[in-house]
Design a protein around this ligand. Sequence first.
Ligand code: CUA
Length: 164
Amino acid sequence: MQVHNFEKVWLGAALLLIVGFIATISYGTVGAGIAMVDDSGGQIDPQAVQSGETGTTFDDPGVVKQNDSHYVVYVVAQQFQFVPGSGDNPIQVPANTLVTFKVTSADVMHGFAITGTNINTMVIPGQVAEVTARFDETGTYGLVCHEYCGAGHHTMGGSVEVVP
Ligand code: CUA
């Protein structure tokens, strides 16, 4: 069988494109630190989250200091706010410290993204999403819900204050 040179070039280009697509996808999930929700953060009863009777830190969510170099932030996402995070209740964490966000939902699916960073996870009722980060620079970062969660979705946001 004879393959025309021109055809070989296009065959090569097509193969290169496929490899490129696969590389892009795996870079996004493996290399770039985009967290997909899995069960590593544990599971939780969303009804209990809603009534504040989980028997865990999610009953009184907030920033919990583990030690001088590690903080854990418990956040409950609900229609249409982050607790803490939204309104006059910003999340406050120190710079240059490991910060683990544990986020769960009290109702429907939400998103949890901190603008200007690669902190981005889905928040699924029943699951605890876990993302660990370190902020190099102080300042106020925006917090947004990026999953459609109902009529007030576009108002669901907040802020993270990184302090010295
Ligand atoms: Cu919560 Cu969109």
